[in-house]
Design a protein around this ligand. Structure first.
Ligand code: UD1
Ligand code: CA
Length: 431
């Protein structure tokens, strides 16, 4: 049986009070629309058609390749949005899965179950529903005495009796495409919002004695919609739980999950420990046996090799931290590559931005960067090199392997009595 997919993403999301389209907002760093697209793609439909309108160019960019876009210039409701795809599906007689761009957590398995029931029952339309303790804000599913769905009533249009119904419409449906488009013109906008509701297809079809089925989700979290910033925060919590659980199952210790934020794109090796109040965002790969936090901020394009240690108030961006290297207190490391077993003293700052562009810092293996060192990029500090506490290493003034530099601007240390200097210097700077 053929399958195609429509994703509704034209709405403004008034309740978000945002310049951006609602579906461009993110959960764990990933736009809502990408969650929906990922699950749609996993089902390998013939076509994915996305209805865009508000903030359309941005939404299209976020969606990327392999999607056909239809513009709904003015948003007259979900039924009107689907109507915009009628031409595209002219002559198509397969199934049509309709997904909402603002219902991001739906699982592939649930959609497969929806397809099975739909195909097994020969239904023209199968709804995905959920029973929620607090159904407010959602359309309610009203069933006939036979148990079959009879209609969906939006909260605004619902009677007190209907509002008491806890079974809600998820905004996800399967239709037989030809039958949907045969009757979609019958939708009217006679409701509180004066919109063409796709949900009215249920009463239209069931009124014509067509088979309408419903499948209930097992995990109601999957069908929670994002209409407000409050909903966004609620879903973020669920997503964080899922992400962190997956890391914990892989052998990562997260001491306080409620006070940890890890984005979807992060990889973490086993036996790494994450202390509280840590934020890890963007493309980040953390190796095995690392210690991160408390209060660490690790940003995109960063790799921490095994046994690296990052401590409190350390921010790292676009950097590679080598095996066993430690940056434990009060540092900013940006666009920096550090070798192995190097110590980054408290308060070390890489001055990577010269007001025009970002410049790179390279620090070798077994180096010792003294507390409060500022490294003005571009600059290289060699293997086994040492900077004194408070040193300012100017740009281009590379520190050779094994050298010791001190002061502002940093210059090679004059050694009074040969070998002792390094030892003394290290002794003073130990963190
Ligand atoms: C909708 C359903 C409701 C269901 C809920 C589930 C209708 C009338 N109501 O309500 O029964 O419980 O979803 O989350 O369908 N959109 C367009 N064009 C439009 C209007 C909306 O593309 O003209 C898109 C939105 O961008 C959004 C989706 O359709 O992604 C749902 O629209 P929204 O306004 O959020 O509907 P709800 O009020 O949540
Ligand atoms: Ca919604």
């Amino acid at each position: 049986m053929k399958l195609s997919c429509i994703i509704l993403a034209a709405g403004e999301g008034k309740r978000m009070k945002s310049e951006r389209a609602k579906v461009a907002h993110t959960l764990a760093g990933k736009p809502l629309i990408r969650y929906v697209l990922d699950v749609a793609r996993a089902l390998e439909p013939e076509k994915i058609v996305m209805v865009v309108g508000h903030d359309a160019e941005n939404v299209k960019t976020l969606a990327g390749e392999g999607v056909e876009f239809v513009t709904q210039a003015e948003q007259f409701g979900t039924g009107h949005a689907v109507l915009q795809t009628k031409q595209i599906f002219e002559g198509y007689d397969g199934d049509l899965l309709i997904l909402s761009g603002d219902v991001p957590l739906i699982a592939q398995e649930t959609l497969r179950r929806l397809m099975e029931t739909h195909r097994g029952s020969g239904a023209v339309c199968t709804l995905l529903t959920a029973v929620l303790k607090d159904p407010s804000g959602y359309g309610r599913v009203i069933r006939r005495v036979t148990g079959k769905p009879h209609k969906i009533v939006e909260e605004r249009d619902a009677s007190l009796f209907e509002k008491a119904v806890e079974e809600i419409n998820s905004g996800i449906y399967l239709f037989k495409a030809d039958q949907l488009f045969q009757v979609i013109d019958k939708l009217s906008a006679q409701n509180k919002q004066l919109e063409f509701y796709l949900t009215d297809m249920v009463s239209i079809l069931s009124g014509e004695a067509k088979i309408v089925e419903a499948v209930q989700v097992e995990d109601p979290n999957e069908v929670l919609g994002v209409n407000s910033r409050e909903d966004l925060a609620k879903l973020e919590r669920i997503v964080q739980q899922r992400i962190q659980r997956a890391h914990m199952l892989n052998g990562v210790t997260i001491i306080d999950p409620l006070n940890t934020y890890i984005e979807a794109s992060v990889q973490i090796g086993r036996d790494t420990i994450i202390y509280p109040f840590t934020v890890v965002e963007g493309e980040v790969r953390i190796g095995i046996n690392c210690r991160i936090g408390p209060f660490s901020h690790i940003r995109g394009n960063t790799v921490l090799e095994e046994k690296a240690e990052v401590g409190n108030f350390v921010e790292i961006k676009s950097s590679t931290i080598g095996r066993g290297t430690k940056a434990k207190h009060l540092s900013y490391l940006g666009d920096t590559t550090i070798g192995m077993e190097t110590n980054i003293g408290a308060g070390t700052i890489t001055a990577n931005y010269d007001g025009v562009k970002k410049n790179k810092t390279v620090i070798g293996d077994h180096a010792f960067i003294g507390s409060g060192t500022t490294l003005v990029a571009p600059v290289t500090v060699g293997n086994g090199a040492v900077t004194g506490a408070g040193a300012v290493v100017l740009k281009g003034r590379d520190v050779p392997d094994g050298a010791v530099v001190v002061g502002i601007p940093a210059v090679p240390l004059k050694r009074k009595k040969s070998s002792k200097a390094v030892g003394t210097e290290r002794g003073r700077m130990q963190s």
